[in-house]
Every structure is written in C-alpha cells, then in structure tokens.
Write a protein that binds this ligand. Sequence first.
Ligand code: AMP
Length: 122
Amino acid sequence: MIDISNYNNENIFAKILRHEIPSKKVFENEFVYAFEDINPQAPIHILIIPKKPFCSFTDFSKKANAKFMKEFIRSINLIVEELDLKEGYRLITNIGNYGGQEVPHFHFHLLSGKKIGKMVST
Ligand code: AMP
C-alpha cells in the first residue's frame, strides 16, 4: 500500500524536481513545476506539482502556508491561461490507496483537449 504519511525524498516526482530524471516541462515558477504525464489519458494531460515536499492533498492542506497555497492555486490557472483551455478542463488529485494515488508527492492532473467523459470508471 502507498505510504502518504511520511514524505519519501526518493519518489519519482522528487527526482523530477531535482532534475535527476527527465521530464517534459510545460510551466515552472517559484511555486510549481508542471510537466507532461508519461502515460497521457487525454490529448492534454499535465501533472502540476508543488516545489515543496507534500505527500498528498491532505498533507498540503494541513501544512502549506497561506501564501504558498494561494500561489499554487493561482499557478494552476496561469497554466490554464497559457494553454488557452477555453473549452474547459478537469483537475484531479488522487489521494491514498482508495483514491488511486501512485506517486506520493501531491499533484494535480490537468486533463483537456477533448471531452474528458465520466467522472469515474465503473
Ligand atoms: P497518481 O496515480 O495520481 O499518483 O498519478 C501518477 C501519474 O504519474 C500517472 O498518471 C503516471 O502516468 C505519471 N508518471 C509516472 N512516472 C512519470 C514520469 N517519469 N514522468 C511523467 N509522468 C509520470
């Protein structure tokens, strides 16, 4: 079972942030790094991660300070504007085992480029 109670510095997104493994960068600022998902589920599938060690949304919501939270959320919208997603998009964050989280570094999936379809698969 995935451990999201203690941040693991060796998780794959931590390595991407340290440039130890390659990624296709879409956007970067002081607060976030965004890159293409290696296994895209839509024509546009981007992962947006904070440049701080949060395991999950739960961890982020408890530990991030107000400025970081605000800038993180605003940065997501900067990416949306930069990509000109006028037809809309979906943001998803998976948490823990039931949520289907595979990588224990908080991230949003940004999906667009077509109608994303049902909220959940059955
Ligand atoms: P989650 O299941 O919400 O933790 O999502 C993890 C996502 O990371 C999946 O959509 C994977 O396809 C993606 N992923 C895993 N390794 C990489 C990588 N090296 N570069 C880009 N995306 C990755």
